[in-house]
Ligand binder design. Sequence first.
Ligand code: PNS
Length: 160
Amino acid sequence: MTTAVCPGSFDPVTYGHLDVIGRTAALVDHLVVAVGRNAGKSALFDADERVEMLRGACRGWANVTVEQLDGLLVDFCVARGVTVISKGLRSASDTDYEVQMAQLNRRLSGVDTVFVPTAPELAFVSSTRVRELAAYGGDLSALVPPEVAERTRARVRAAR
Ligand code: PNS
């Protein structure tokens, strides 16, 4: 049985993330989506909210579960028998950071990372752009599911 993990901050989850999650889920027996915190970013949604939105967005995949990631990703993998880390790559500019992470995680734990190229029609989608568009009242429908769009608009309005 192969268990993989798709880690990310998912603040909020986008159609780009869901593309990578769905394609990874088709390749493995069980996929855990691990909702972590990127130390370099401040979050719009707290971890419980991000987990809840992901659970809603992933409900159509029977072999996908969603959990919070509190410590190191490699410790999460070892504790759950995860043998594959799956990360999406949108463009060459993602590569330096992601390859460095993959090399570090393999050195720390032996767990390897596979990269899934984002569908070209979603290459422009990022959580950062979603938060920015929402702040200016832009249309989010091409970037995130309707429930996520609604919650993001409400959160940004409340923060004003
Ligand atoms: O969506 P992101 O911002 O690429 O997600 C980054 C995340 C949460 C996957 C990454 O920061 C992570 O793995 N955090 C857990 C702590 C960890 O293991 N860091 C790497 C070694 S320093």
